[in-house]
Ligand binder design. Structure first.
Ligand code: FES
Length: 197
């Protein structure tokens, strides 16, 4: 598989290859020892697949530890590092970088979060109801509101020939609660619990 072909580079190296012939296979690789994990929704067990997700569909899944939530979402707009035929599927840690709550997905035309139902999202975003931090999912989860000091980490994704989507690593900063706050050393993300299998 493409992931094996990319198993090169240093600790911080991230490589990306887009299979231009298939149009859907995107692979990133790091040498940090993260598990390769088929993404399935925690509740429904639905598998994330680039051929079945439609705009604003999202699933939640635990990664890289078995109790740490993330969101994978089809944004409906192409983004850097997006996978799938429309390059609009992306995944982020659902653990707020402020104090560790779990933000909700919001999008233009959709409902606001439970804590602020009248909120009208201008971009697909994650909204944290604890203290109001908002992360712009079309722009590397940049903070566009509230007290969060930095973006949430992105989950590196890989798509197989069937369109199924795998988590294969995390990008900096470290997940909230792992190592020094805001560290670029993502090896901390694998400490303090049980990695998914
Ligand atoms: S924990 Fe998310 S804004 Fe405070």
């Amino acid at each position: 598989m493409a992931s094996a072909a990319l198993a090169v580079g240093g600790m911080a190296a991230i490589a990306k290859v887009v299979d231009e012939t298939g149009g859907v296979e995107t692979t990133e690789s790091s040498s940090t020892g993260f598990p390769r994990f088929l993404i399935q929704d925690v509740q429904t067990k639905e598998t994330a697949n680039v051929n079945t997700m439609t705009a604003n569909d999202y699933l939640t899944f635990n990664y890289p530890l078995d109790n740490e939530p993330n969101i994978i979402v089809k944004l409906g707009v192409a983004v850097t590092n997006g996978v799938g035929p429309d390059k609009d599927i992306i995944a982020y840690s659902d653990i707020c970088q402020h104090l560790g709550c779990n933000p909700a997905y919001v999008h233009p035309g959709g409902a606001g979060p439970f804590c602020n139902p009248s909120y009208s999202a201008k971009v697909p975003a994650m909204y944290c109801c604890c203290h109001g931090s908002i992360y712009d999912l079309t722009n590397d989860a940049t903070v566009i509101g509230g007290p969060a000091p930095r973006a949430v980490p992105r989950v590196m994704l890989e798509v197989d020939s069937n369109g199924d989507i795998y988590a294969i690593g995390m990008t900096p900063p470290t997940i909230y609660g792992h190592g020094p706050a805001g560290s670029d050393d993502v090896s901390y993300d694998l400490q303090g619990g049980t990695p998914v299998a």
